[in-house]
Design a protein around this ligand. Sequence first.
Ligand code: FES
Length: 264
Amino acid sequence: MNTKKRAEDFVLVHKEILSSNFTRLDLLSSTELPLIEAGQFVQVQIPSSLYGWLRIPISIHDVRAKERILSLLVQKVGDGSIQLSSCPENSKINLIYPLGKGFTMPNLELASLDTSILLVGGGCGIAPLLYLAKNLKENGIKTSVLLGARSRDQLICQETLSSYASLYPCTEDGSVGFKGLVTEHPLWKMESFSHIYTCGPTPMMKAVAALSVKMGSKHCQVSLENTMACGLGACLCCVTPSAQGHNLCVCTDGPVFDASVLGW
Ligand code: FES
């Protein structure tokens, strides 16, 4: 299977408004999709005359390889994402993909009964974790998900995630599930996890990484959402410091990193 990055026109075949802020776009490729890792991203060209030159980075939310469908979860945070969310079905959308390094799966040959996985997502951070949860389920690995949001209307993807993993929703206002932050959920005291994967706001990921150390989890991977421009390692606007003090390029060295290599 071809894994090189490529630029391609997709067709927007289905659009689903998940909340006031989030829209899911299902995009059809005219050819076989390359191998795509959970955690990789695309650079999307915004299809309008005003933003025609602009590409924005978006995590790959789901892949249905047999149907040649790649899905994106778009959060309305600026002009480009608002424009993208409002594209009508049958629009052509150009992607450069698959970009970056995704999550490293547990070694499936060594996976044993004590391999237990926790995914922790906050807000739009659930975008790459859904495809990861699907891959883990397809490999028979037991997975739990802590999914956090401010309130009910911002808590998305619950139904789909529930079909792949044990889901523990958390809301700050208590409107769904546990009232509080994902890092305050009693699951942290009830179970131990061999692998922890997280994506969301940086303070949340730092707290998750600290908790993983405290509970002795050997693997904690975080997916950074730094500002990007080229997405190809050329402009260096996305760099983040490593634990040794040198710069890591989030778009090519990441966006997924083992938490222990980061200098945060
Ligand atoms: Fe340009 Fe990473 S976005 S180097």
